[in-house]
Structure formats: C-alpha cells, structure tokens
Design a protein around this ligand. Structure first.
Ligand code: IPE
Ligand code: IPE
Ligand code: MG
Length: 243
C-alpha cells in the first residue's frame, strides 16, 4: 500500500507531524537470542531509514521517543548503552543530516545527562538551527507530565509575582511553555511492538492525534511501515468532537 498520489477528497491530507514511540528493541533481540544491546543498535538503523523516508515524503516534523524519564529505572548498563547510542547517532549522522537540511531539536530534561552528551545536543541544535527541511525532534530523557508540570510552575510564578491573573491563563500559554512551543501538534502517533499506551509521551500535544499501533518490533520498522501508517491515517475521519 502506498500514499495516494492524487488528492482524494475522502482522504486526510498528509500529516504535518508524525510522532513515533519506538518500542520493542529488547523483544526483537530476545526473539533472536541476541543481547538486548544489539536490539537497541538495530533500532538506530530503523531510525535512519525512517528519518530518510520522512525527508523524502516532505514531512514537516518527525518526533522520535528515544528515552523516557522513566527509562532511568532500567539496569545501569542498559541506560549507559542507550546514552551511548544517542552519542553515536549524533556523531555519526549529524553532518549528513545537516547536509540534507534537517533541523534537529532534542526535547526533555538535561538533568542527569552526561556533560559531553549535552554538548553534542547543543552542537546538533546550533548547527542545524537555520535549516529549512524536516524538523527532527528527539525526545530524550523526556516525560510528558514533567513537561506540563514545569509549564504550570512557570505560570504559577507569574501569578505569584503579579504578572498574570489565574483567569487570564489560556491553553496557548500552556502550549507556549512546553518544549514543543511553535511546533504543530502531532497529527499521527505511531507505536510499535503491539503495546497500546502513550507511556508519558507528548500528553498535552496528542489531544487529537490519530493513533496507529503496529505489532512489529521497532528494529523491523521500515519505510513501508511508515507509508502504511500514513495511509491508515489518511483514511481516518478526524472529528475533533464535531460531527
Ligand atoms: C524501545 O525498546 C527502546 C526504549 C524504550 C529505550 P524497549 O527497550 O522498550 O524494548 P521492549 O519494549 O522491552 O521490547
Ligand atoms: C516508551 O517505551 C519509551 C520509549 C519508546 C523511549 P517503554 O518500553 O519504556 O514503555 P513501557 O514501559 O512499555 O510503558
Ligand atoms: Mg518497551
């Protein structure tokens, strides 16, 4: 199945923003009796394929959930592998992504993240900041509830200091204090591995996203998997509470 080439009035237009919960790396490895670290490594290859496909498709924004604020609860050696993979991905791919006009943003807390990774994140963001192609957002050490909490704290501070009245607070003000400020909300959220939950991902921003669940494990996700999810999205009827 591929994306409809001619616009069909019955289909949604292509999504502007796709957000992916890349899940199932360890089960992929386990099914092959491989160490879990190889599952994570293979997951990076799927990332590469999907980023390329998103660029080819002319997508505006692709957000990838790569490490949640709860993933610190995993064994220390696994956490360290996952940190190492981000380091490796940025080092290996930054120049090429920049050449292709990709604008990189990393959302999530920088607390507990090693200084050299923070430096790499800043380098990637600064180098690609003016690019006009795909915006690639990596949610790393990210938690949706934490993000809303810090937005609310900021607004509460403004109220406490007399700059704002509680009844003046709007949804846009909350959205404007999230790490995704200025980015359109995801139209489509894809989760692999058969799990059907958000796991603290973009809780505010996904209020009206279409959710597509794919049973395959993330390392097996391909360009075609992405196109299939988009085709499914295009057939959905988005109502936003209306008729
Ligand atoms: C996704 O795969 C990667 C991260 C959450 C970092 P998992 O590591 O969660 O693999 P499963 O879901 O246990 O198979
Ligand atoms: C969600 O996957 C986080 C990422 C994909 C980075 P998890 O595997 O951590 O989520 P749960 O534990 O199944 O909810
Ligand atoms: Mg998982």
């Amino acid at each position: 199945m591929s994306i409809a080439s001619a616009p069909d009035p019955g289909l949604n237009p292509l999504p502007r923003h796709i957000a992916i919960i890349m899940d199932g790396n360890r089960r992929w490895a386990k099914a092959r009796m491989l160490p879990r670290t190889l599952g994570h490594r293979q997951g990076v290859n799927a990332v590469r394929e999907v980023v390329r496909a998103a660029g080819d498709m002319g997508l505006e924004v692709l957000t990838l959930y790569s490490f949640s604020s709860e993933n610190w609860n995993r064994p220390a050696d696994e956490v360290s592998d996952l940190m190492g993979l981000l380091r490796w991905y940025i080092r290996e791919d930054l120049a090429e992504l920049n050449r292709k006009g990709v604008r990189i943003r990393i959302i999530g807390s920088r607390d507990r993240v090693a200084p050299d990774i923070v430096a790499l994140i800043e380098e990637a963001e600064n180098l690609t900041n003016a690019n006009q192609g795909l915006t690639l957002i990596i949610a790393f050490n990210y938690g949706g509830q934490d993000e809303i909490l810090s937005a609310v704290r900021g607004l509460a501070r403004d109220v406490a200091e007399g700059r704002l009245r509680p009844d003046e607070i709007t949804k846009d003000m909350i959205a404007g204090r999230l790490s995704t400020a200025g980015i359109p909300d995801p139209d489509l959220v894809i989760r692999t591995s058969g799990e059907k939950r958000l796991s603290n991902f973009l809780l505010w921003q996904t209020a009206y996203a279409e959710l597509v669940f794919d049973d395959i494990f993330w390392p097996d996700f391909t360009k075609q998997s992405l196109l299939d999810a988009v085709a499914e999205y295009q057939r959905r009827h988005r109502r936003y509470g209306a008729s």
